[in-house]
Design a protein around this ligand. Structure first.
Ligand code: HEM
Length: 263
């Protein structure tokens, strides 16, 4: 009965989203920001998908350590992104794409980090320099060019609602996580249909009024946003490789100490 009720709730939510999309008449043309941003970041998307870290996710070849480190970096990134979006919520270029209830990831990430690291997760977090640079850039544009925030919100949130959904299912299986524990990041309880929501988001992006210079700036910033993500993934993977190498060396040493030379 509960399942049925949940399904009908989801259905009602989906219908409401559908109506919203229809009301806002989603008509996408080549001159729309949503199309331009997708076109200019196409090549960067391929590069992001093909980083060593993303490839190991796609092959379901991930370790708990990799996932935990990724969550730490994502926390720092979303903390900066969402604080800047909140601070600029009434800015004319931010209001149309401001969906904290549907999209905000900070609380979900806190929950996942607490699950894996315990209460004192903040002290245990490991954050590479590339992540700090990304967060720094988000804070900088939040103060100086809030209209660029759309480029970063697009890159992360639409990615999470696209390939991210598949990655969530892979992570769950690969790490054997039960009852959604440690997977809150991938779950969007207030978005019943990611595809419909993405349509709504694109139409809101297209309603932002930008001068030609601002539009060019936003497109450039989107490419930069992908670049930041690629750098974070590369640095995280290097860190994982080093940690694993050290662990192996340590295990080898312990093994040699425990196994006396019998010659
Ligand atoms: C869209 C897959 C990584 C950002 C998509 C789509 C797929 C996908 C299937 C839907 C394409 C469409 O609707 O036309 C993947 C896979 C990834 C990955 C398999 C890696 C394992 C990333 C990363 C980012 C990202 C790392 C950025 C940080 C986006 C964005 C979109 C998207 C912004 C929306 C494109 C648009 O409709 O404008 N991705 N993705 N993706 N992805 Fe990814």
């Amino acid at each position: 009965k509960l399942k049925k009720l949940k399904r009908s709730e989801d259905y009602l939510k989906m219908e409401a989203d559908k109506q919203k999309v229809q009301c806002e008449k989603v008509q996408v043309t080549d001159s729309d920001l949503s199309e331009q941003i997708k076109a200019v970041t196409k090549e960067s998307h391929v590069r992001a998908e093909n980083t060593e870290l993303m490839l190991s996710f796609q092959k379901a070849n991930i370790s708990l350590q990799q996932y935990k480190l990724l969550l730490c970096s994502l926390y720092k990134i979303y903390e900066a992104l969402e604080e800047e979006l909140d601070r600029n919520a009434s800015h004319e270029s931010v209001t149309p794409i401001y969906f904290p209830q549907e999209l905000a990831r900070m609380e979900a990430l806190k929950k996942d980090l607490e699950h894996f690291y315990g209460q004192d997760w903040r002290e245990k977090m490991i954050v590479p320099a590339a992540t700090l640079r990304y967060a720094q850039r988000l804070r900088e544009i939040g103060s100086e060019n809030p209209e660029y925030l759309v480029a970063h919100a697009y890159t992360r949130y639409l990615g999470d609602l696209s390939g991210g959904q598949v990655l969530g299912r892979i992570t769950q299986k690969a790490l054997g996580l039960k009852n959604g524990e440690g997977l809150a990041f991938f779950t969007f309880p207030a978005v019943s249909s990611p595809n419909l929501f993405k349509q709504l988001y694109r139409s809101r992006m297209n309603s932002i009024e930008l001068t030609e210079t601002q539009r060019e700036g936003v497109l450039e910033e989107a490419v930069r946003a992908f670049e930041f993500n690629i750098q974070v993934f590369d640095e995280l993977q290097n860190l994982v490789n080093t940690l694993e190498k050290n662990e192996l060396r340590q295990r080898h040493k312990t093994h040699n100490l425990e196994t006396p030379d019998v010659r």
